[in-house]
Design a protein around this ligand. Sequence first.
Ligand code: GLY
Ligand code: MN
Ligand code: MN
Length: 441
Amino acid sequence: MDLAYMAELPTQEFVERRAKLFEYLDENSVAVIFSATEQTRSKDTTYPFRQNSYFWYLTGFNEPDAALVLIRKKGKNQTALFLRPNDPEMEIWNGRRLGIEQAPNKLQIDCAFPIETLKEQLISLLADIGTLYHLQGERMQNDLLIGEILSQSVKLTDLRPHLDEMRLFKSTNEIRLMQQAGQISALGHIRAMREMRPNRFEYEIESEILHEFNRFGARFPSYNSIVAGGENACILHYTENDRPLQDGDLVLIDAGCEFSMYAGDITRTFPVNGKFSQPQREIYEIVLAAQKRALELLVVGNNIQQVNDEVVRIKVEGLIRLGILQGNVDDLIAHQAYREFYMHGLGHWLGLDVHDVGSYCNKTQNGDRNSKKRDRTLEVGMVLTVEPGLYISPNSNVPEQYKGIGVRIEDNIVITEYGNKNLTCAVPKEIDDIERLMVER
Ligand code: GLY
Ligand code: MN
Ligand code: MN
């Protein structure tokens, strides 16, 4: 596959998304979607800017301090963008701005205004509308602004149920970008396997991964990378990455790039010295068998919950074989005895956000989707992770040789008409393949 160094969705795709969203909006309504703002890291320095995913999804515009306003009135739809005006002085210091004049043509929106005028324009727009859509709870300043302008005659409604449902199903263009995110993420992991040596620090390996992401045009990771040697792997969100990697330990790496705003999310677990010990191999093989079975089962018509039930059974049977659990399989499952060793879900939606939006449950009888079940029937175009793991805490009451072993194996798949397609299969996960790659380095 060609790895583009930068890739964008066609502007038309953003236009179509807005058109589709308009179909959901009430007659005589206004929807406001705010951009992200820059976040202070220290004093006057900021974190790298990351656009709000909803705002990006509808605009493809990557500047802070902006808002998209969709106006549906008297059967007519209008899109307005509020953004920072051009300012030669500010642009010399802080970078280019698209500006008011160029925005309508570049982004294919109807009109553009300075962001400073948003409040007054919203007040006049709200005078004769019935519904205001807003994504409450994302940022306090935005909620305050909406609170100030809202009058009693206007109904405040959340836009997310509709937007999330749209974002859950990826277009062909999005899948192409996610394939690249998966491929570049995979290259990062392969580099980590090649560069792994006892006594290197976890953060040195992290830097190798980030280097590989950058080389292929993915400027940022899609979340903080986890490089967890030995028992650090049993801390699910370990990101300190500041310990030396020990000969004889496994290392768990959970890292993915963000490519053109889309996330990759891969985990591999492998030996620091290139060779699995017998106990490591035994735990690893249980997780690998569970992951491969899940990959077979995650297809149209099935759901995450039922596949996870199968994954749990494979793990419990394996843990009984190793003497880590004792008893009857069904009883151990019924009492969730495995939760000590497998305490997270099987996977999550993946997209603009690493834990992407979209409901995990089917509609209930009254048409909503607010049950706690993960019984959402899989459909073509959904993208998700498959990430079973086993974590044997050093403090657990199990045979000595398994203590401190943590294993997770995570791939990203897209549900297709013909099963699923693994976007991250380029990184080895079979024991022999990993050991071979690490000998050849
Ligand atoms: N990297 C976060 C996750 O796997 O959910
Ligand atoms: Mn992950
Ligand atoms: Mn994940």
